[in-house]
Design a protein around this ligand. Structure first.
Ligand SMILES: [Zn+2]
Ligand SMILES: [Zn+2]
Length: 110
């Protein structure tokens, strides 16, 4: 009746020192040097234009888009340090590609 003894063959793996290969090296420098040059350039131009004096009742036309300065949409008009007046949005876009006045080549720097 009784007497059935079960025998277990416990297979113990003696492989305790499994070496995990460190083939994935996490380079922190790559994460820090994000390509944000374009973003910082845009922020610098926006800051530069916002420091220009605003012209509320400008006459004439913007030499960038040839639209009348009185028809400024949104941002209004800004006077550059050389005295020329452009739309806020126009001079912002212009300065993203250069740093001089479109009319007289006066250097515009922050
Ligand atoms: Zn314009
Ligand atoms: Zn100028």
């Amino acid at each position: 009746m009784d007497g059935g003894s079960a025998k277990y063959n416990v297979v113990v793996s003696g492989n305790n020192d499994i070496a995990v290969p460190f083939d994935q090296q996490f380079d922190l420098d790559d994460a820090v040097t994000m390509p944000e040059n374009l973003l910082s350039r845009h922020q610098a131009v926006v800051r530069l234009v916002s420091d220009m004096p605003a012209v509320n009742h400008a006459t004439g036309s913007c030499s960038i888009c040839m639209e009348g300065l009185s028809e400024s949409e949104g941002g209004g008009s800004r006077q550059v340090s050389c005295g020329h007046v452009y739309h806020h949005d126009c001079i912002t876009d212009w300065l993203l590609n250069g740093n001089s006045c479109p009319l007289c080549r006066h250097e515009i720097s922050g």
